[in-house]
Write a protein that binds this ligand. Sequence first.
Ligand code: R5P
Length: 298
Amino acid sequence: MKLFSGSSNRPLAEKIAIELKTKVSPSEIFVFPDGERRIQIQDTVVDEDVVIIQPTTPPAEIHYFELFFLADAAKRSGAKSVTAVVPYLGYQRQDHVFRDGEAVSLEVIVNTMQSVSIDKVISFDLHTIKIPEVFSIPMLHLSALPLFAREIQKQGWGGLDTVLVSPDMGGIRRIKIISEMLKDMPYVTIEKNRDLATGHVEMEEIRGEITHRVVIVDDMISSGGTIVKAAQALRAKGAKEVYVFVTHPVFSSDAPKILQDSAVDKVYVTDSVFVPKERQFPKLRILSLAPVIAGALG
Ligand code: R5P
């Protein structure tokens, strides 16, 4: 197996390589003055299973193109197979037509993956369980929930004073799964309303009883609006400790600042998305997906 990394999350690729007792193979991603990329893999891959680590985080277009070029380079150089490890799958929220006239952007991306001979995709905590259906190539849908459940147990949170929270109705399946992992820890759901035109979120109703400690579980933080509003609403209902477990720290614009200034005590995320030092904040805790990914590849 030969492991390559695009530019979006080299530290994760290095950690996966350590887990697999191998090295990240060299490649060059040259950026021309106009922003175009020229990719060259610099290792022999003839008859090898090639793995490319590249979460397609913002700027998703650039990271997708790097992935496509790396896959193309590997196949042209004789690779037997190409597996794309895309822990965070960009454009996943555009998996169907929400309003007349919209594109199904994710389907365009999957078609392109297929056209550059990517054989398999591995991703984590997709926004809906229907997303793998958009894929015409094998897709392994993994989850950070077992990692989160272990951390919650390690912290000793449970009993009558802790409740899990899904900050929107779309997360019910996710919250039921982690509740089962935690010996049927009780959960509540929040009805969230998002204005599709502005992206603005409002928490409409909390369904269930709030206890001393609440543990919000979600798939991603982008603007931070969902978590900040959910934490406010939960505190208003009497929660005294608010913890957050989210797989993908996309952290667009000023999300780190609004999370640090929010009613949340700690925000646990994974390294599916690289968060540079200057975007990290005191309430942030990062858990690594590398052992899980290595296990799936090994
Ligand atoms: C939405 O349905 C997702 O599960 C997340 O709650 C959402 O994408 C988070 O986005 P933001 O941080 O911008 O509110």
